[in-house]
Design a protein around this ligand. Structure first.
Ligand SMILES: [Mg+2]
Length: 273
């Protein structure tokens, strides 16, 4: 049985302000038989405390440490790989707080910036974009928390996502960012290390082939697509190896049974970083 599960949030656990049918029960079943669950989201606009509070409000009880948002993952990455970084942010107060708590220095303008981190920023201004542009053109390392084109602001509507703001800087500077969020496996790697398990011991559940499933396949986990969000069964059937899910479920309700079966046969890659 696979006991370590990483779940995407939107389109897997809830849509808008409504938990998806069977999702709360599925989570409780996994935990009731000793499973560990982490929540991995590309959402970079909120601190983990806010993300955890929202999950708990919707019935998915969790602690701040169970939630891995891409702002937090980016902050951890910088604190480990560039501890001397001076970072200019295109991001929210939630992102700024993640950086500060991880000990990452944030600077107010392009002057002296060694890194630019860009993600979803609801208070974006031309001035902020210009500081980021100056810094990147002066040689600062360009990092994107994620490349999500859109942000779901309701059950059927979206607004521009972090990727849309990153694209403004990609266009103006010609630079290509280092991407931290899914489909990159950085978050999965950090979670595996925190749990002390390898990829073969983990399952990743998501609703998007191009982010959730791609990250899981790259890292070597069992990838499980649920059809309650963005990607469809037809898209899963057409997908190439990189985005092909190991399992496809109508909803999260089917997950406990699948993990029980799959744990017997999944290959062990031993991949852990
Ligand atoms: Mg999703």
């Amino acid at each position: 049985m696979i006991q370590h599960v990483v779940m995407d949030m939107d389109g897997v656990l809830y849509r808008g302000d409504h938990p998806l049918p069977g999702a709360v029960d599925a989570l409780n079943t996994l935990r009731g038989r000793g499973g560990r669950v982490a929540f991995l989201t590309n959402n970079a606009s909120r601190h983990r405390e806010e993300l955890a509070a929202r999950l708990s409000r919707l019935g998915f009880a969790c602690a701040t440490d169970d939630v891995w948002g891409s702002a937090y993952i980016t902050a951890l990455y910088l604190s480990r790989h560039a501890p001397e970084a001076r970072v200019f942010l295109v991001g929210t107060e939630g992102m700024r707080r993640e950086m500060q708590e991880a000990g990452v220095e944030v600077v107010p303008t392009h002057e002296g910036a060694t890194h630019v981190v860009a993600g979803l920023d609801m208070t974006i201004t031309y001035e902020k974009l210009s500081h980021a542009h100056y810094a990147i053109c002066s040689g600062a390392t360009f990092i994107a928390t994620n490349l999500d084109a859109t942000f779901p602001d309701g059950p059927t509507t979206t607004t521009p996502g972090g990727g849309a703001l990153v694209a403004a800087l990609t266009t103006s500077t010609g630079a290509t960012p280092l991407v931290i969020g899914k489909p990159q496996p950085t978050g999965l790697s950090l979670i595996a290390a925190a749990w002390g398990v390898s990829a073969g011991d983990m399952a990743v559940v998501g609703d998007r082939l191009d982010t959730d499933i791609a990250a899981a396949n790259t890292f070597g986990c069992l990838s499980v697509l649920v059809l309650t969000g963005v990607s469809t069964r037809a898209e899963a059937e057409r997908a190439g190896a990189k985005e092909k899910p190991g399992e496809v479920l109508e909803s999260l309700a089917g997950l406990p049974a699948v993990l029980e079966d799959q744990g017997k046969s999944i290959s062990r890659s031993g991949f852990i970083t």
